[in-house]
Design a protein. Structure first.
Length: 78
Protein backbone atom coordinates (compact mmCIF):
# COMPACT_ATOMS: atom_id res chain seq x y z
CA UNK A 1 0.00 0.00 0.00
CA UNK A 2 1.25 3.48 -0.86
CA UNK A 3 1.12 6.25 1.73
CA UNK A 4 1.31 10.00 1.25
CA UNK A 5 2.07 12.86 3.61
CA UNK A 6 -0.38 15.55 2.59
CA UNK A 7 -1.61 19.02 3.53
CA UNK A 8 -4.91 20.67 2.64
CA UNK A 9 -4.79 24.47 2.91
CA UNK A 10 -7.61 27.00 2.74
CA UNK A 11 -7.28 30.75 3.33
CA UNK A 12 -8.39 31.69 6.83
CA UNK A 13 -8.34 28.10 8.09
CA UNK A 14 -5.75 25.98 9.84
CA UNK A 15 -3.93 23.55 7.53
CA UNK A 16 -4.88 19.87 7.77
CA UNK A 17 -1.83 17.60 7.76
CA UNK A 18 -2.00 13.80 7.64
CA UNK A 19 -0.24 10.69 6.45
CA UNK A 20 -2.57 8.18 4.80
CA UNK A 21 -3.33 6.17 1.71
CA UNK A 22 -5.23 7.73 -1.18
CA UNK A 23 -8.57 6.27 -0.02
CA UNK A 24 -8.36 8.12 3.30
CA UNK A 25 -7.35 11.33 1.50
CA UNK A 26 -10.41 10.92 -0.72
CA UNK A 27 -12.58 10.53 2.41
CA UNK A 28 -11.20 13.77 3.88
CA UNK A 29 -11.95 15.64 0.64
CA UNK A 30 -15.53 14.33 0.65
CA UNK A 31 -16.13 15.31 4.29
CA UNK A 32 -14.69 18.78 3.71
CA UNK A 33 -16.93 19.09 0.62
CA UNK A 34 -14.29 21.08 -1.25
CA UNK A 35 -15.21 22.13 -4.79
CA UNK A 36 -13.67 20.17 -7.66
CA UNK A 37 -11.28 17.64 -6.12
CA UNK A 38 -8.43 16.73 -8.48
CA UNK A 39 -9.27 13.99 -11.01
CA UNK A 40 -6.38 11.76 -9.98
CA UNK A 41 -7.76 11.51 -6.43
CA UNK A 42 -11.28 10.70 -7.58
CA UNK A 43 -10.30 8.09 -10.20
CA UNK A 44 -8.23 5.68 -8.08
CA UNK A 45 -5.27 6.73 -10.22
CA UNK A 46 -1.75 6.48 -8.90
CA UNK A 47 -0.54 9.90 -7.79
CA UNK A 48 2.85 11.31 -8.69
CA UNK A 49 5.47 10.96 -5.94
CA UNK A 50 4.92 14.60 -4.97
CA UNK A 51 3.04 17.63 -6.19
CA UNK A 52 0.60 20.43 -5.57
CA UNK A 53 -2.95 21.05 -6.75
CA UNK A 54 -4.49 24.53 -6.42
CA UNK A 55 -8.19 25.14 -6.99
CA UNK A 56 -9.09 28.66 -8.22
CA UNK A 57 -6.11 30.59 -6.88
CA UNK A 58 -7.15 33.98 -5.50
CA UNK A 59 -10.89 33.25 -5.47
CA UNK A 60 -13.22 32.80 -2.51
CA UNK A 61 -13.22 29.02 -3.21
CA UNK A 62 -9.42 28.69 -3.19
CA UNK A 63 -7.90 25.63 -1.59
CA UNK A 64 -4.79 23.58 -2.21
CA UNK A 65 -3.47 20.07 -1.73
CA UNK A 66 0.22 19.25 -1.36
CA UNK A 67 1.49 15.70 -1.13
CA UNK A 68 4.63 13.63 -1.07
CA UNK A 69 4.93 9.88 -1.27
CA UNK A 70 6.17 8.18 1.88
CA UNK A 71 8.28 5.03 1.65
CA UNK A 72 5.73 2.32 2.43
CA UNK A 73 8.14 -0.33 3.71
CA UNK A 74 6.98 -1.66 7.08
CA UNK A 75 9.58 -2.62 9.63
CA UNK A 76 8.88 -4.90 12.57
CA UNK A 77 11.00 -4.37 15.68
CA UNK A 78 11.43 -6.99 18.36
Amino acid sequence: MTFYAWTISRPGRQDMKEVSDIAELRDYLRVLDLPTPPDFVERDAEMFDHGRFIHQSGSIDEWSLRWTKVDGETKVIG
